[in-house]
Design a protein around this ligand. Structure first.
Ligand SMILES: *Cc1c(COP(=O)(O)O)cnc(C)c1O
Length: 401
């Protein structure tokens, strides 16, 4: 532990305040640290390890692909990329996919695609994109500009021009910011990092209709909500709408880095030379993606996310009622749930839960987020709820300001 920590202290850039634990292996919904201590993992690599840890199908697919062909670049065809693109388009409203390596990169691609649409289809010289307050779209310059949280932007001005922010779930406020230069709206079906805030169905229906009327692209950031997390394969299915474009990453590779920009045919405007990625969609990452997709189907994991999500939501609701002085409410969809505290004490709850063997992650200062692997069992949900309840019961009532 100490030598690992020292290496980080001296040689890894200090971009994270890490918890004092070194993880060495995992199995299913459990992780084991360097001291042999087990933790129930309701973080899942931040909504990424959909199949949990060391899933045999994913492990075998990666090992087999690694022994055969890892990478050749996008100068050539590879079977795995074609098959993953076919699975994603067969199972969504999209017709074509561009593969990359992360959520930020997928959104970066969506921003470029929206600008090309604005310039070439709508004839806008300087196209503008609308995104929302408390959104999260990534850490590259363009995506951190789209992200509606000044704390992520503060040292990095000048930001990228061409972005406007409006409150989430507020159609009139959004409409008021639309101009002749607006080419797209970029928005999450459920805001994740911003506090697990579900999109309002009525808002999204109005937005969809309005975007179609105005020929504005509706781009959904499904980086966290995609791949079954919410109890449906895509977050947009809860909203009764179809996006023109959506982005994926987190769970797509089950922990192997891969992102995807998915578009309907009429908005799939990139031509050779417009956009690229050296690693994007390489056989190793796509073999992992295919193993995830096949396992979602074979093990009915989207349905599991729905049923276990209902169990988790019901348990959190009970906890919110029992601890009314600490907890304001619970919210979320499927296995993307948040417990909204009365005070900014999410970090405290996360730390205490970790001491009790349960991994949680905050989503802003007041929200404790629960995003377990989609393979989670009823027993594991009950175990997590019991630990969380115990932590809240022992939480000191007052905070010193
Ligand atoms: C995590 C996340 C991103 C950024 O993904 P990275 O892989 O960290 O670049 C973008 N959008 C949403 C909604 C996310 O949750």
């Amino acid at each position: 532990m100490e030598t690992v920590r020292q290496a980080f202290e001296e040689h890894v850039m200090h971009t994270y305040a890490r918890f004092p634990v070194v993880f060495e292996r995992g199995e299913g919904c459990y992780l084991e640290d360097s001291e042999g201590r087990r933790y129930l993992d309701f973080v899942a690599g931040i909504a990424t390890c959909a199949l949990g840890h060391a899933h045999p199908v994913l492990g075998a697919a990666i090992a087999e692909q690694a022994r055969t062909l890892i990478h050749v670049s996008n100068l050539y065809y590879t079977r795995q990329q074609g098959e993953l693109a076919r699975w994603l388009t067969d199972n969504s409203v999209a017709d074509q996919v561009f593969f990359c390596n992360s959520g930020a990169e997928a959104n970066e691609g969506a921003i470029k695609l929206a600008r090309k649409y604005g310039r070439t289809v709508l004839g806008i010289a300087e196209p503008q994109i609308i995104s929302t307050h408390l959104s999260f779209h990534g850490r590259t310059l363009a995506t951190v500009t789209a992200t509606g949280q000044p704390k992520y932007q503060k040292h990095f001005h000048p930001l990228v021009p061409g972005f406007v922010h409006v409150p989430y779930n507020d159609f009139d406020a959004l409409r008021a910011q639309v101009t002749d230069a607006t080419c797209a709206v970029l928005i999450e079906p459920i805001q994740g990092e911003g506090g697990v805030m579900p999109g309002d169905v009525d808002f999204f229906r109005k937005l969809r209709r309005f975007c179609s009327e105005q020929r504005i692209l509706l781009i959904l950031d499904e980086v966290q909500t995609g791949m079954g997390r919410t109890g449906k394969l895509w977050g947009y299915e809860h909203l009764g709408i179809e996006p023109d474009i959506f982005t994926l990453a987190k769970a797509l590779g089950g922990g192997v880095p891969i992102g995807a920009l998915c578009a309907k045919a009429e908005f799939s405007l990139f031509e050779p030379g417009d956009h690229a990625s050296t690693f994007g969609g390489n056989p190793l990452a796509c073999a992992a993606g295919l193993a995830v997709c096949q396992t979602l189907e074979a093990e009915a994991l989207v349905e599991n996310a729905r049923v276990r999500g209902e169990q988790l939501a019901a348990g959190l609701k009970r906890i919110a009622e029992r601890f009314g002085s600490l907890v304001r409410l619970s919210r979320g969809r499927g296995l993307m749930q948040g417990l909204v505290l009365v005070a900014p004490r999410a970090a405290e709850v996360v730390r205490l839960a970790m001491d009790e063997g349960l991994l949680l992650v905050s989503a802003g200062p007041e929200v404790v987020r629960l995003v377990p692997p989609l393979i989670v069992s009823a027993i594991e949900i009950d175990e997590a709820l019991a630990i969380l309840e115990g932590v809240l019961a022992r939480l000191p009532v007052t905070v010193t300001a």
